[in-house]
Design a protein. Structure first.
Length: 364
């Protein structure tokens, strides 16, 4: 009848319209439950108004597929599937009684099983695709972070390299050239005063100093180019080179062997500190004897250099411009160590470097 047809059109139209709000209902279990109950009631009403089991099969089969696709494989989904599977034969029975229920039961069961299997597989494939996309996004984000970290590492490496070269230039060229400038100024003054013999003597000293600076520069370049030596052997070599170059006796007490667990970066900083202290003794101390003690005590590497030179006031070297001491303290900081300097005029100077045995030094 027309009134019944009109009611059916309204109900089925409302049922179809609510499908547009399925995504909104997935925001919470409460909304999903209201949505599923409403659709179930509308489907059963449409079946009764139509008087056809086909409507029951179409409505509840579509609801099963939509539930799996929208709400995933949750407990609520399986409860809704079970409810729709029950409502389907109820609709048959209400429309045509037991006879229609028996006629439609077999094709309905096979159709529903195939539909559920298909939708479950589809949902799993969809979930897998979404997980793959999420992993791809995470991988892209990780790649961007790695690129940023690589840029930071490169910047830090360049900064460390600049600091290293600055220390090397100070240890060799800067001090040597500064000494040559002072001697040349003295030569200029003596020549202006007519003291040619004294100027000639200073020129000879300048030549000796220039050769020494050149030798130190070549040694520094060789140290940068060559592979790091064994730390005990390197210490022995530096002490022997110092004695040969200056003629000053140097007693070495070395309680380390080649198997000492000293990282290469830490070894480089220790060698540079030793070289700087010996160079300062050569230039300034006017010492007649030097002692070098290098040993391990309470999980620390301890390097101690003493001389019996003229000494100085330690407070005077804390002013700006004393880049040798500044460089040694910077090296101690880079290996997590501690540098102490004690001196007294007329008695001598003592420098101690304490480095944790398991320190991880930065680039030298």
């Amino acid at each position: 009848s027309p009134p019944r047809l009109l009611a059916f059109i309204v109900v089925i139209g409302l049922h179809i319209s609510l499908h547009w709000f399925s995504g909104f209902s997935a925001q919470s279990n409460k909304k999903a439950l209201i949505y599923l109950i409403t659709q179930g009631c509308l489907g059963l009403t449409a079946t009764l108004l139509s008087g056809s089991p086909t409507i029951s099969l179409a409505v509840f089969a579509s609801m099963i597929g939509e539930t799996i696709g929208t709400f995933g494989m949750s407990r609520l989904t399986w409860l809704a599937i079970s409810a729709f599977l029950i409502l389907t034969p109820i609709g048959y029975w209400l429309v045509g009684g037991q006879e229609m229920l028996i006629d439609w039961m077999s094709p309905t069961i096979s159709t529903m099983i195939m539909l559920i299997v298909f939708m479950v597989l589809f949902r799993k494939q969809l979930d897998t695709s979404q997980q793959a996309q999420a992993l791809a996004d995470e991988l892209e984000s990780a790649n961007r972070q790695l690129a940023a970290y690589a840029a930071q590492v490169e910047e830090l490496t360049l900064a460390s390299e600049r600091q290293r070269m600055a220390r090397e230039l100070h240890d060799t060229l800067a001090q040597g050239v500064a000494g040559l400038v002072l001697q040349l100024e003295a030569v200029k003054a003596h020549l202006g005063a007519g003291r040619g013999e004294r100027a000639s003597a200073i020129i000879e000293q300048s030549l000796t100093r220039a050769r020494s600076t050149l030798a130190d520069s070549r040694a520094a370049i060789d140290d940068l180019r060559s592979a790091p030596a064994n730390l005990p052997d390197a210490v022995r070599a530096k002490v022997e080179r110092f004695t040969q170059a200056t003629g000053i006796p140097c007693d070495l007490d070395l309680a380390l062997d080649g198997n000492s667990p000293v990282p290469t970066s830490v070894s480089g900083h220790i060698q540079r500190v030793l070289s700087e202290v010996l160079a300062n003794i050569t230039r300034h101390a006017q010492a007649t004897h030097v002692w070098v003690d290098f040993h391990i005590h309470e999980d620390q590497l301890i390097l101690e250099i003493r001389d019996n030179g003229r000494g100085f006031d330690p407070a005077s070297v804390n002013q700006s411009g004393h880049y040798g001491l500044l460089g040694m303290r910077e090296r101690a900081r880079l290996v997590g160590g501690r540098l102490t300097l004690t001196s007294e005029k007329g008695i001598g100077t003592q420098v101690q470097l304490h480095v944790p045995l398991h320190a991880k030094g930065e680039d030298t």
